[in-house]
Design a protein around this ligand. Structure first.
Ligand SMILES: CC(C)(COP(=O)(O)OP(=O)(O)OC[C@H]1O[C@@H](n2cnc3c(N)ncnc32)[C@H](O)[C@@H]1OP(=O)(O)O)[C@@H](O)C(=O)NCCC(=O)NCCS
Length: 197
């Protein structure tokens, strides 16, 4: 039997049958719900990587996520995304219920091979089951192309969020994606009630 790993984010292991009768192809990376996701699980993914999100210097307090999704490879957790319900107020005073996506991280040795795309696309599928109109996330500008390829759109106006000491304009880029057909983020400034995600 011979095995060749293609690229690890969506690692395809090609196995050639010992009888020479063709090949079986299967993917070992799977999207999975993580109802018991713990800080220890998070550490297993990020290891000793300092500041994996590159945002530590901003000192932003974020809220805990209620739902967790991961990618496993042969049982080993290699990526995580979490989400939580949130309320957004628009400039006109309307209230929007959204799902806030955050803590999107792929083990550093597994980046750049499609795992992040598989993770976020799969998480979006799960979020769509909630029938909430849209999802929102915060990211560094350099991550925008990654999210745009998955259908996310940047918010041009200021977005304010709560922090323990008061309200701030979010220093990260805000992006949103419709989760139900026809959902549109209103133009203008937004206020996310509570901590960001
Ligand atoms: C952001 C992050 C989750 C993306 O995960 P990833 O596994 O690297 O993402 P993908 O491989 O799906 O896509 C990343 C890039 O690899 C490229 N790529 C995708 N599939 C590929 C493949 N099969 N072969 C080679 N490259 C591939 C994509 O084109 C993409 O290019 P881009 O950087 O220009 O967008 C990951 O880099 C990470 O964990 N970063 C640290 C934490 C972080 O910043 N999280 C985001 C917080 S908002």
């Amino acid at each position: 039997m011979t095995g060749t790993a293609a690229w690890p984010g969506d690692r395809v292991v090609r196995t050639f049958g010992s009888l020479g009768g063709g090949s079986i192809t299967f993917t070992t990376v799977e999207l999975t719900d993580l109802p018991e996701f713990s800080p220890a699980d998070y550490r297993r993914i990020v290891g000793d990587e300092p500041d994996p999100f590159g945002t530590d210097q901003l000192g932003i307090s974020r809220r805990a996520k209620s739902d967790h999704v991961g990618l496993t490879d042969e049982g080993r957790l290699i990526a995580h995304a979490g989400w939580v319900a949130a309320t957004v107020r628009t400039e006109s005073g309307a209230t929007l219920e959204v799902l806030g996506l955050g803590s999107v991280v792929v083990h550093r040795d597994r980046r750049g091979h499609g795992a992040g795309r598989q993770l976020v696309a799969g998480t979006m599928e799960k979020m769509r089951e909630r029938q909430v109109p849209m999802a929102v996330l915060f990211c560094r500008t350099e991550r925008l192309p990654f999210y745009e390829r998955l259908g996310w759109l940047p918010v041009e106006a200021d977005v304010t969020v709560d922090q323990p000491d008061g309200t701030i304009v979010m220093p990260l880029l805000t992006c949103w994606v419709p989760l139900v057909e026809g959902a549109v983020m209103p133009a203008g400034r937004l206020r996310v009630e509570g901590l960001p995600f």
